[in-house]
Ligand binder design. Sequence first.
Ligand code: C2E
Ligand code: CA
Ligand code: CA
Ligand code: CA
Length: 279
Amino acid sequence: AKAQGRGAWCFYAEEMTQAARERLTLESRLRRALQQGQLVLHYQPQIDIATGRIVGAEALVRWLDPDEGLISPARFIPLAEVSGLIEPLGAWVLAEACRQGQAWRAAGLPEITLAVNVSPRQLRQSDLPAAVAQALAQSGFSAAQLELEITESALAENHEHALRILHELRALGVQLAIDDFGTGYSSLVQLKRYPIQVLKIDQGFVRDIPHNKDDMAISAAIVAMGHSMGLRVLAEGVETAEQLEFLRAQGCDRYQGYLRSRPVPAAEFEDLLRAEAPH
Ligand code: C2E
Ligand code: CA
Ligand code: CA
Ligand code: CA
C-alpha cells in the first residue's frame, strides 16, 4: 500500500509539473504577444431597446496567435490575472479602447459609450484611477464616453478599498457598470453606496428565458431594483427575439447579444456604426 501511495504521489507530482510547465509556456507566450502587438480588441454593440439603435460597445480582448489563430480571453485572462500580466494587459486594453473611441469620434461617427472590462486585480491596485486618467489624456477620448465594467464579485472582495477606487474613477467623469450582476453577493446596502450608473444582468439569467421562471423573475427584479436606484440596466447574452421581448416588457434599457451581433473587429463595428448614421 505504501509503494502504491508513493507511486501515486510521483504520478501526481509529474502531472503538476507538466501543468505548471504549460502554464509557464503560455505565460511567456502571452507576455511576448503583448509586446509584439498580437492582442486585438473586438467590439460588441450595445443596443437601446426602445429605439433599436447602437448606443455603445463593449471592448473584448482577443489574442491573435500566428500559429493558433484567435485565442479566447477565457483561456488567457485568468492566467494573466494570477501572473500579474493583467496589469500591463489591462493598461493596453484601456489605451487601445480610448484610442479607437477617439478615432471614431474624429471620423464623425455617432457618439457611443465604450465599455472596458476591469479585472479584480486591476481594481486592487491604487494606481487604477491614474492609469485611466492617463489613457484619457493621451487619447483625447471623452471621459463621459468611457464606461468601466467591474464584476460584482471583485467589488465584494475588498469593499472599502473598492469603494474608494470607484469614487476616484467617478471623479474623473467615467461611467461605472457592475458586470455579471446577480452572480455575486452585494447587499442592497452596499449597492446603494457604489457610485455606479449601470447594472449588467449576467447572461446566466438571460439564457433560459422564457423557459426558466426563476430566471425571469430575477431578471425582472434586477430591472425594477436598478431603476428604483436610478440606474440603467443592460442585459447580456440576448440570443433570441423572445428574450428581447421579455426584457423590453420589463423596461430593461439596453441589451447586448448574438441576436444583434457577436463581438466583431473594429473595422466591422465601424461599418455597423456607419449604417446607424442618419442618411
Ligand atoms: P464578460 O465581460 O462577461 O463578456 C461577455 C462575454 O459574453 C464575451 O465573451 C462575449 O463574447 C460573450 N457574449 C456576448 N453575447 C453573447 C450571447 O449572446 N451569447 C453567448 N453565449 N455569449 C455572448 P468573451 O469575449 O469570450 O469574453 C469572456 C470574458 O473574458 C469576459 O466576460 C471577461 O470576463 C473577460 N474579458 C474579455 N476581455 C477582457 C479584457 O479586456 N479585460 C479583462 N479583464 N477581461 C476581459
Ligand atoms: Ca464585461
Ligand atoms: Ca458580463
Ligand atoms: Ca462573465
